[in-house]
Design a protein around this ligand. Structure first.
Ligand code: DNO
Length: 356
C-alpha cells in the first residue's frame, strides 16, 4: 500500500507540501481542484499545474478527493446527462494526466457532518465531534451556519458557502427521492462512467456516508457492508470500488470494519484510516489514531488490509488539533503525521511477522 496525505491545494491548505514530504513513509498526496464547484468540467491546464506542483515537491499525485457530483445527478433530474457528460470529460482529462483514483460521495445536500469542530479533550487537544441530539434540535440552516462559524475562516470540503444560499432549494430538490431512487441514480451514473474509467484505468472509490445514518431525514445509501456490497453487485465492474473510511463506517458501533474490509476484498481502492470514540447513542468524538485512544482496533484494520492484499493509497484521516497548530479542522499536519507513523509501524510489524 502507499501512504499518502490529503492536501487541499495552494492557497487553501496552510499545510505545506514540503512538510508533508518530511513525514516518514509518505510518498504521495491526495488532492483536488478545491475551488471547483460540482458540475464544472475541470480545465486541462489546472490539472497539469496541480500535478506539477505536487511533483515539484517530490511527491506523487496519488488520487483525487473529490470530484464532487452535481445534485442533478443525485436526484436524477432531466438535465443529469449533461452533468454526467461533464463528469466524463473531467475523468478523461484526469486519465490523460495519469491520474487513476477518484474519490467521491453520493450524500444528498450535506457532505460529512459534525456538531463540534473543536471539542476540547482532557489533554488540551481538540477534535471533531458529533451528537445526534444536537442535530435533532436544530434546522439545516442553523447546522450550515454552525459549521461555517466554527471553520476558522477555512472553506470546509463539501461545505462551500455557495450552497448555503440554496439550502431550501436543495431540500426541495430531494423531495420524493427515497433511498431506492437515490441508489438507482447512483447506479445510472456509474454505468455511464464505467467505459471511460475502463479506458484510462480510473478507479472510482465511493466514500461512505458520514455519519452512516440519515441526517435531517435525507436518504442515505452507503452506510454499511450490506449497502456497499449491494452497490458492488449492482455495477459489477472492478473500477467501481470503495473508499474504506474507518471513521465514517465506525461511527456506527454495529459496523465491524475488519469484516467489511474482508467482504470487499478487491474492491477497496482507497483507505481513510482514523479512530473515534463512541460517547453515546448516535454520538462520537474523533481521537488519536492509536487503538487505545478510541473505539476502533486499528491493528485489526491494518491486518485485514494486509490479509486481503490491499495495494492502493491509504491516508491517515482527520487528526486532533495539537501543539497549537492552526489548520483546517481535522486536517492539521502534526496529528496526521503521528497517525501516518503509527499506521506505518503497525503495517511493518504485520508484514514482518507474516514473512517468518
Ligand atoms: C471530510 C471528508 C469528506 C470526503 C468526501 C468524499 O473530511 O472525509 O469530505 O472527502 O465525502 O467525497
Amino acid at each position: 500500500m502507499q501512504m499518502t496525505m490529503r492536501w487541499f491545494g495552494q492557497g487553501y491548505d496552510p499545510v505545506r507540501l514540503e512538510h508533508i514530504r518530511q513525514v516518514p513513509g509518505v510518498t504521495g498526496v491526495i488532492t483536488t481542484l478545491y475551488g471547483t464547484l460540482p458540475g464544472v468540467v475541470w480545465e486541462e491546464g489546472a490539472i497539469r499545474a496541480m500535478r506539477e506542483t505536487v511533483e515539484a515537491a517530490g511527491l506523487q499525485l496519488a488520487g483525487i478527493e473529490s470530484v464532487n457530483i452535481h445534485d442533478a445527478i443525485k436526484v436524477g433530474s432531466a438535465d443529469r446527462d449533461q452533468y454526467i457528460d461533464n463528469y466524463i470529460t473531467t475523468l478523461e482529462r484526469l486519465g490523460k494526466a495519469g491520474i487513476t483514483l477518484v474519490c467521491y460521495n453520493f450524500m444528498p445536500v450535506f457532505d460529512w457532518t459534525r456538531t463540534d469542530l473543536a471539542k476540547k479533550r482532557g489533554d488540551g487537544s481538540t477534535v471533531l465531534a458529533y451528537d445526534q441530539k444536537v442535530i435533532d434540535a436544530i434546522d439545516p440552516d442553523a447546522m450550515f451556519s454552525s459549521m461555517s462559524a466554527q471553520s476558522k475562516g477555512y472553506t470546509l470540503a463539501g461545505w462551500e458557502p455557495e450552497r448555503l444560499g440554496k439550502l431550501k432549494e436543495l431540500f426541495a430538490l430531494y423531495r420524493g427521492v427515497d433511498e431506492d431512487r437515490l441508489f438507482e441514480n447512483l447506479a445510472y451514473f456509474l454505468e455511464r462512467i464505467m467505459p471511460v474509467c475502463g479506458q484510462y484505468g480510473i478507479n472510482m472509490a465511493i466514500h461512505p456516508d458520514d455519519p452512516g445514518w440519515s441526517v435531517f431525514s435525507l436518504p442515505r445509501i452507503i452506510k454499511n457492508q450490506e449497502d456497499l456490497l449491494r452497490l458492488m453487485r449492482r455495477v459489477d465492474n472492478p473500477r467501481n470500488g470503495v473508499t474504506l473510511c474507518t471513521g465514517s463506517l465506525g461511527a456506527n458501533p454495529a459496523n465491524d470494519i475488519p469484516g467489511v474490509i474482508r467482504a470487499l476484498q478487491g474492491r477497496i481502492h482507497f483507505v481513510h484510516a482514523r479512530n473515534l470514540r463512541h460517547t453515546g447513542p448516535g454520538a462520537f468524538e474523533e481521537s488519536a489514531h492509536l487503538s487505545a485512544d478510541g473505539s476502533l482496533d486499528m491493528y485489526a484494520v491494518m491486518r485485514a488490509l494486509y490479509d486481503t492484499g490491499f495495494q492502493g493509497p491509504i491516508r491517515p484521516d482527520h487528526g486532533r488539533m495539537i501543539w497549537d497548530e492552526e489548520a483546517m479542522p481535522g486536517y492539521g499536519l502534526f496529528d496526521r503525521a503521528l497517525g501516518a507513523a503509527y499506521l506505518n509501524g503497525l503495517y511493518e510489524a504485520i508484514v514482518k511477522e507474516n514473512r517468518r
